[in-house]
Design a protein around this ligand. Structure first.
Ligand code: KG4
Ligand code: ZN
Length: 385
């Protein structure tokens, strides 16, 4: 089966085309084409993602990303080869779906008229969780494309996408054995999820306040680093590590709480106080703060995950979401899996942060289950269920 997937839940505009086969028994995925535009530098001046800007950027960049992904997969017929005449009903549908983005509607119709319908089976799109204005652009675009190409559209949970991002090019064991335990660590989520079967999830623990990615981003901001802060903190911590710098000691919130919930807002407060009491900071001192932040976060994440693994009898550990792009965390989780003699699946670094490949993968299991969706709406707070 060939899948075209679209992701616009936050500040990445991404399109991917995948070949999927093997069903639930032996799922196998091959990336045929992918294109991703990160808006991060545009949001940096606001210190975080600015929803209206994200929406505009998605509307502007979706068609270029679609074109690039189709070209890479060999599905773009160049020149005036179109085999499709858009009828009035379709035109009306597209104009209504993309009523807030008339230029996108126009250019999409013109594109569709000029190119052959690609050989894809259906279109997948993220429906939540995420920023609703951003989600809506992707959903409207996917619906318009579905109407023009006469393809089913499948709405996908972004967090399911992160979980299944490990099914392409994993560093370790790529076959998942159920039950699996998934630690999801991103800009909006920190969750321990028991994955009982492909589409059967149980949330075992979650953050009570800030997500881990948010903790990185907010503490980075306190240190005057730019958005997104995770990679910046991680770079400074790496420098400190390479010269054997000693980490500033920060609290490990809820590490001994006896449950599987997390809390990271106290860490932010501790970092703020530390900076206030010790400013001005020289470069070395900043690096040691970053090292302390990374270490505190790693200790809490590893400790809670270890408890969940000991309690739950999971056969595979999946760690996914943007924060697992962090090298130190990757090493920590590999060590944990080694210690507990358990399989571990971590996405490649580029599939850790938001992308459309993972949306295509998660859609495959949903499509096998229930086919296309009659209607899709953006659900900013969509939960795993
Ligand atoms: O999954 P993701 O791309 O987007 C959401 O769904 O939220 O995760 C983005 C988060 C941001 O908070 C970013 O700072 C963090 O992942 N991140 C990192 C690293 N790379 C990205 N955090 C720590 N270390 C990194 N290397
Ligand atoms: Zn994400």
């Amino acid at each position: 089966m060939k899948i075209l997937a679209i992701e616009t839940s936050c500040d990445e505009t991404a399109v991917a085309i995948l070949e999927a086969e093997g069903g639930f028994e032996n799922p196998n995925f091959k990336i045929l084409g992918q294109a991703l535009y990160s808006q991060a530098s545009k949001h940096a001046q606001y210190g975080g993602v600015y929803p209206n800007l994200a929406k505009r950027e998605h509307a502007e960049n979706l068609l270029p990303m679609l074109t690039e992904a189709l070209r890479e997969s060999g599905d773009l017929s160049e020149g005036n080869l179109g085999n499709l005449e858009i009828d009035k009903k379709q035109k009306k549908f597209v104009e209504e779906a993309l009523s807030r983005h008339p230029e996108t509607a126009e250019s999409l119709m013109s594109f569709v008229e000029k190119h052959l319908v690609p050989d894809v089976d259906y279109i997948a799109v993220t429906k939540g969780p995420g920023l609703e204005p951003a989600l809506w652009v992707g959903i409207s675009f996917a619906k318009a494309l579905g109407e023009l190409w006469k393809k089913d559209v499948v709405g996908v949970n972004h967090m399911e996408g992160h979980i299944y991002s490990v099914l392409v090019d994993t560093e370790e064991e790529s076959k998942l054995k159920f039950p699996a335990l998934s630690l999801l660590i991103s800009g909006g989520h920190t969750e321990l999820v028991l994955v009982k079967d492909w589409r059967d999830f149980e949330i075992l623990g979650r953050t009570r306040d800030d997500a881990v990615g948010e903790a990185f981003d907010k503490t980075a901001r306190l240190m005057g680093l730019s958005y997104p802060g995770g990679p910046e903190v991680s770079k400074l911590a790496e420098s400190a590590r390479s010269r054997d710098g000693s980490p500033v000691l920060f609290p490990r919130p809820m590490i001994d709480s006896g449950d599987l919930d997390f809390s990271f807002s106290g860490l932010k407060t501790a970092v703020r106080q530390y900076i206030e009491n010790n400013s001005p900071l020289d470069e070395n001192h900043k690096e040691e703060i970053a090292l302390g932040i990374e270490k505190a976060i790693a200790d809490v994440l590893v400790s809670k995950t270890k408890s969940a693994l000991k309690e739950g009898g999971a056969q595979t550990l999946i760690v996914a979401g943007g924060v697992i792009a962090n090298s130190f965390l990757r090493e920590n989780f590999k060590d944990l899996a080694h210690e507990l003699k358990i399989n571990i699946a971590i996405p490649t670094r580029s599939l850790s942060t938001d992308n459309a490949v993972m949306i295509a993968i998660a859609s495959y299991f949903k499509y096998l289950d229930s086919g296309g969706d009659a209607d899709i709406i953006a659900e900013g707070n969509l939960k795993l269920s």
